[in-house]
Design a protein. Structure first.
Lengths: 312, 312
């Protein structure tokens, strides 16, 4: 197990290297630089000064080497758009917000998804089952920003119960609960539908196992059968998908962040693509890639914890 | 060897009408699926609207001349009202169908055309090519999809790529999306290669190319086609999301995502401006999802019967 984890961690290095390389090449394929905005033309002298200050006048391969070397030392460079603030600092600020939002959405997805899935499976082919299947199909095929805007129109505009957007820290890293509800539900709806589907299928499969029949045959109360035998065994596929879901929630929240004007990492990424903020684009992409890779690793390790039959 | 080939021929020459073919059966099963059938009708009418948008739309989608003033509700002249710059919403919706459908369909076609040859090549050629492809897919999985699409579409937009912003979006989504399908093609072909009928064909002396083209490829395509169908709603979503953020199709061209973005600033006064395009996106994506589900069940009837947990 330790060897396996070490090997996987080592494998991270080439992946991150190529991610860096590809992003770097892509960015430098684009003609022009961060100062080529139409609305604010700058003089050639100023451009030269800026480029030499940020090392953009060096050959591309040298820029890449410099960047990689610094990145290895935890320095992702400076942002061009935010008055020379360091990229790591900006990322840290954005991640705080995105991670809180993502984790709340994950909690929502797991609670709603597992509940819906279990109820649907236990009452298979009943109206509740059909309703839950329909609900999850609806959520699965409604894009997040469409859902978010529909929720805003109903709950913020028509009913006036919740604020349209905003994200101010109220307690530790968490925002005001009123501000948090709509983005959490919007971001969590799709994974909730996914979790519900998987839970339903998994529970139905476990319900057919011999040990469940045995448990019922020996007169165990249905609640105990469900809690002790069915759910425990049905949880493996749910755990499996929750890793990638967590990664996609933290990395994929930029649409929801745009809809609700939440200052998360995704929103910063979009802004930096607009501004051709090389430092920010590189830093964010590498960070995202690392998060995804770590999430996959954690999931693979959880397999072993949950299912002792698997060995690496 | 020559004799073997002549033995094989009469079997293939049997008229298809008499025997029940795979595709005929699949078609019958598909049409029996009510949701899929309704979705097909919805999509056909959408396609008609998209193709004949110029004839059907009551107004020019970009004309800013209207008699009743901007941001008005529905009237006889403007059935769904007008937007902030006094353009007819219904006409923009109809023209927006053009963008969404063409992005969805052309992306799926492009993904299919890229993925099938590459996947087949990986399955049938040397270990080296296979390994290269698999490492490439690993790398692509390291990037968050939508972020990569954003980055690519920015790069493609700034370098001189022929075609407008719609072409650029199709390209960007296809370049990210083909990988999963190529992997699927490879896996399918590898598993088919071990089947008895392939061994039989080999024993009869069929050439490698003949086996690949007449046996492996057609028998591998079912799940691939299903997976490609699901590319359509994903592409529609990606385009709408990009246009919503403001990186997608260049205004003033009417797209559903762009309409949501434009209407969002007036969400308090005229929420319907946002609701119409949002609902259009959701319906279209749902229709394609149901068709994909229907296709999956039609092409592989075992999934519907064997696993009671699998939902449509």
């Amino acid at each position: 197990m330790t060897g396996y984890v070490l090997r996987r961690l080592l494998w991270l290095a080439p992946v991150l290297f190529f991610v860096t390389l590809i992003t770097f090449v892509l960015m430098h394929l684009v003609p022009g630089g961060p100062w080529d905005t139409k609305d604010r033309p700058i003089s050639p002298q100023l451009r030269e000064q800026l480029e030499s200050k940020y090392g953009l006048d060096e050959p591309v391969w040298q820029q890449f080497l410099t960047f990689s070397w610094n990145a290895l030392h935890g320095d992702l460079g400076v942002s061009f758009q935010y008055q020379d603030r360091s990229v790591t600092e900006i990322i840290r600020e954005g991640v705080e917000v995105s991670a809180v939002l993502g984790l709340m959405a994950l909690a929502f997805a797991l609670m709603v998804g597992v509940t819906l899935g279990v109820v649907a499976a236990v009452k298979q082919n009943s109206p509740i089952d059909y309703a839950s299947v329909f609900l999850s199909t609806f959520a699965a095929s409604t894009p997040s920003f469409v859902l978010g805007i529909l929720l805003i129109v109903v709950f913020a505009v028509q009913l006036g119960w919740l604020p349209v957007f905003g994200w101010e820290k109220a307690w530790w890293l968490f925002p005001n609960w009123k501000q948090a509800i709509l983005p959490t539900v919007t971001l969590g709806a799709l994974p909730a539908a996914y979790v519900a589907r998987i839970t339903r299928a998994s529970v139905l499969e476990v319900l057919q196992q011999d040990y469940v029949r045995t448990a019922r045959a020996k007169g165990l109360h249905e609640r105990l059968v469900l809690g002790r035998h069915v759910l425990k065994n049905a949880v493996i596929p749910i755990l499996t998908v929750s890793g990638p879901i967590a990664a996609s929630l933290v990395t994929g929240s930029f649409i929801v962040e745009t809809v609700f004007a939440i200052p998360g990492l995704g929103k910063q990424f979009v802004a930096s693509v607009f501004q051709r903020d090389y430092g920010m684009i590189m830093g964010t992409t590498i960070f995202y890639a690392a998060v995804i890779a770590m999430a996959n690793l954690v999931v693979d390790m959880m397999y072993v914890v949950v299912n002792p039959r698997i060995r690496y | 060897m020559v004799r073997a080939a002549t033995i094989a021929r009469p079997q293939e020459a049997q008229p298809l009408a008499e025997q029940r073919s795979l595709w005929g059966d699949a078609l019958r099963r598909f049409l029996r699926n009510r949701l899929a059938f309704i979705s097909l009708l919805v999509l056909l009418s959408l396609a008609v609207a998209a193709v004949f948008a110029g004839q059907i739309a009551p107004h020019d989608p970009n004309a800013q001349a209207c008699t009743t003033g901007a941001l008005r509700g529905s009237s006889a002249d403007h059935l769904l009202g007008t937007d902030a710059t006094c353009r007819d919403v219904l006409s923009r919706l109809i023209h927006g169908a053009r963008v969404s459908l063409s992005v969805g369909v052309f992306t799926a076609v492009a993904v299919f055309l890229i993925a099938v040859p590459i996947g087949a090549l990986a399955a049938l050629s040397t270990r080296l090519v296979d390994n290269l492809l698999m490492r490439l897919t690993d790398l692509t999985y390291a990037f968050p999809d939508l972020l990569m699409i954003i980055l690519l579409s920015r790069v493609l937009a700034d370098t001189a790529v022929p075609g407008g912003s719609v072409t650029i979006i199709i390209l960007a989504i296809s370049l990210v999306g083909w990988v999963t399908i190529a992997r699927l093609v490879r896996a399918q072909m590898l598993s088919q290669r071990e089947r008895e009928y392939v061994q039989a064909a080999e024993a009869m002396g069929a050439s490698r190319w003949r086996i690949a083209l007449t046996h492996l490829l057609p028998n591998s395509l079912g799940p691939v086609i299903v997976a490609v169908t699901f590319v359509v709603p994903q592409a529609i979503f990606a385009e709408a999301a990009l246009s919503f953020i403001g990186i997608g199709v260049t205004p003033p061209q009417a797209t559903w995502g762009g309409m949501v973005e434009a209407g969002y600033s007036a969400v308090y006064s005229v929420p319907m401006l946002v609701v119409y395009p949002a609902v259009a996106i959701a319906i279209t994506m749902m229709a394609f999802t149901f068709i994909g589900d229907g296709l999956r069940d039609a092409l592989d009837p075992r999934t519907a019967r064997r696993l009671p947990g699998r939902t449509g």
